[in-house]
Design a binder for this molecule. Sequence first.
Ligand code: ATP
Length: 112
Amino acid sequence: MARAKSFTFAINGLYQLLRNEPNAVLHTIATVAVVAAGIVRHIGPMQWVAIVIAIGLVWITEAVNTGMERLCDHVCGNRFHPAIKLVKDVMAAAVMMAAGVSVVIGIIVFFF
Ligand SMILES: Nc1ncnc2c1ncn2[C@@H]1O[C@H](COP(=O)(O)OP(=O)(O)OP(=O)(O)O)[C@@H](O)[C@H]1O
């Protein structure tokens, strides 16, 4: 029962991410486009594995980034603090690296 409740909290987190994070719209469009391209190009099972990992990597880092941003804003009350800057910049770097890795995976899968 407790497990089922945790699952509903996680679903609520996903809903909040989709509702409040503008980047989530871009990720959704990119996810649909890449999956459609994979279907049209009849990519193989291992290529699907790479694509699923790439998509998951971006969504997971965006979710963690969003959570950390909200926590930072709550803790510092929107006042500037060097530690908050470091946390937010590092999280932004994580999203950027995940996106970069995903683009490289996409290029390898679809163009090689
Ligand atoms: N309270 C703060 N203290 C110090 N620096 C901050 C603070 N809030 C934001 N910053 C700096 O501004 C940058 C952008 O912050 P912001 O919260 O707007 O992130 P964002 O990436 O624009 O968010 P979103 O993902 O919602 O578009 C941070 O990476 C950080 O360098």
